[in-house]
Design a protein around this ligand. Structure first.
Ligand code: ARG
Length: 468
């Protein structure tokens, strides 16, 4: 027999190497609050159901509440030689009350239902934190100043200038995407919020457990009934990792635009000094490192999803130790995602867009060529395909002359030659990026009125989520 809590059938203890290889106390530090809370709920249920005598339940509760306070004071230390948080707390209770009393704690329970219960409790907190952090960032994006409704950016497709958009349109686009990440997190919360406690090792137990009671005491929405499913399932956690990975990608795409557009060649946006660093050799450098890291860290969240899927795919039902690999992976993703969400909110608050530069690029990149085609359709009754050809021929002729849409004299002359004369001042009006932005009044378009309406819609959704 060894002095391990499970030592009855063993003659020899595990080696230090094996302990180091198998222990999870470093990872379990985040689960102490959940494990203690769960112990308390379990003992209340055991006592209420007469599964352990009243005075035993009282003694156990006294000991657990002391440990709770010790943990609140930051003084509870997990001992590596006790493997994991569950054995640590059981051992602490036994050391305080003796095995005769303390040894009742693990009645009708296993570390297999315990660990999933703890992880779900911790994960619920993280999901709520992630929802809150997303809502903060969305709030920053939606609080754009009114002048950004007509602050100009080139909109891109294929990374080529496409049509002008407003800064407010860009910000609301990211807010709209982030709101879906919020919905995904809430969906994941719904399937995390189920109590596996009382499933025991895998098959349930002969003791008359009240699983509804422990679920309620732990704030779970419902019981996950099937004991074998409850102890085996990790899909709830993979689903969360998927929500983190998708959310990480949302942030990464925004970061990519900030990195690219802050380069000299674009000069469309500048991050505040507090979110950039310099170079050890090149004095002129201002590197948007926060955005670069936000982009890079999406590799962690994506990687975690693949790690978890791969880890779990071959595990037969019933607990196997492979499953204990879930937590370090997941913690890694949680830290990457939450830190990126929070720092992105700070960075976004300080972004300075250069509308004059945006307008300049839109002129130079023929971003409003579509507007001439639309004009010929609306004012001259041409079919759009025909008008597209006329405008395309104008672009081609201007390019050959090394001119742009700004050269309205050249533009008017070329169009007259094409048999579709348009007066110079009219051309100047048609091609002005600001006028194009103001004109995209279709629902969801980039005009101030459309963006204003979308902002109201998004704000309403935010209020709904905040009240959740
Ligand atoms: N520390 C384990 C984990 O993190 C707890 C469950 C262990 N159960 C077992 N039968 N070895 O997953």
């Amino acid at each position: 027999m060894t002095d391990k809590l499970w030592g009855g059938r063993f003659d020899e203890d595990i080696t230090q190497d094996v302990l180091d290889y198998t222990l999870t106390v470093d990872v379990d530090v985040r689960l102490v609050f959940a494990d203690l809370w769960q112990d308390i709920a379990h003992v209340l249920m055991l006592g209420a159901g007469g599964i352990v005598p009243g005075e035993v339940a009282r003694a156990l509760l006294g000991s657990l509440l002391q440990l709770w306070e010790q943990n609140e004071r930051g003084e509870l230390r997990l001992r590596p030689e006790l493997e994991d948080v569950h054995f640590n707390i059981e051992q602490m209770v036994i050391e305080e009350l003796g095995r005769e009393i303390g040894g009742h704690l693990q009645t009708a329970r296993s570390r297999n239902d315990q660990v999933s219960t703890d992880t779900r409790m911790y994960l619920r907190r993280v999901q709520l934190d992630a929802v809150a952090a997303n809502l903060d960032l969305i709030g920053v994006l939606l609080a754009f100043p009114e002048e950004e409704l007509l602050a100009i950016l080139p909109g891109y497709t294929h990374s080529q200038a496409a049509q002008p958009i407003s800064v407010a349109f860009w910000k609301t686009a990211h807010a709209s995407m982030l709101l879906r990440d919020v919905r995904r997190l809430r969906d994941a919360f719904g399937r995390t919020d189920e109590s596996p406690l009382g499933a025991c090792a895998l098959a349930g137990t002969s003791f008359p457990l009240d699983r509804e009671l422990t679920a309620r005491l732990l704030g779970f929405g419902r019981v996950l009934s099937h004991a074998l499913d409850a102890t085996s399932a990790r899909d709830y956690l993979i689903e969360s990792a998927a929500a983190f990975a998708i959310g990480g990608n949302t942030l990464s795409r925004m970061a990519e635009e900030v990195v690219m557009w802050s380069g000299h060649e674009y000069s469309l946006v500048e991050v505040s000094d507090a979110y950039a660093t310099g170079s050890s050799i090149m004095p002129q450098k201002k590197n948007p490192v926060v955005a670069e890291l936000a982009r890079g860290r999406a590799g962690r969240t994506a990687g975690t999803l693949v790690q978890l899927l791969t880890m779990a795919k071959g595990v037969t039902l019933g607990y196997s130790c492979d499953l204990q690999e879930d937590k370090p992976y997941l913690w890694h993703a949680i830290d990457a995602y939450l830190s990126t969400l929070r720092i992105t909110a700070g960075q976004t608050r300080g972004l300075r867009f250069d509308s004059a530069r945006g307008e300049e690029l839109c002129w130079d990149n023929f971003s409003t060529a579509t507007e001439l085609a639309n004009h010929l359709v609306a004012e001259r009754g041409l079919a759009f395909r025909e008008a597209h050809h006329v405008s395309g021929a104008l672009v081609s002729a201007l390019l050959k002359r090394g001119a742009t849409l700004r050269d309205t004299a050249a533009g008017a002359e070329i169009l007259a030659g094409l048999g579709h004369p348009v007066a110079e001042p009219v051309l100047a009006r048609i091609f002005a990026p600001r006028n194009a932005v103001a004109g995209y009044v279709s629902p969801g378009g980039t005009s101030p009125a459309s963006v204003g309406a979308v902002r109201d819609e998004l704000n309403e959704a935010v209020a709904g989520h905040a009240a959740w």
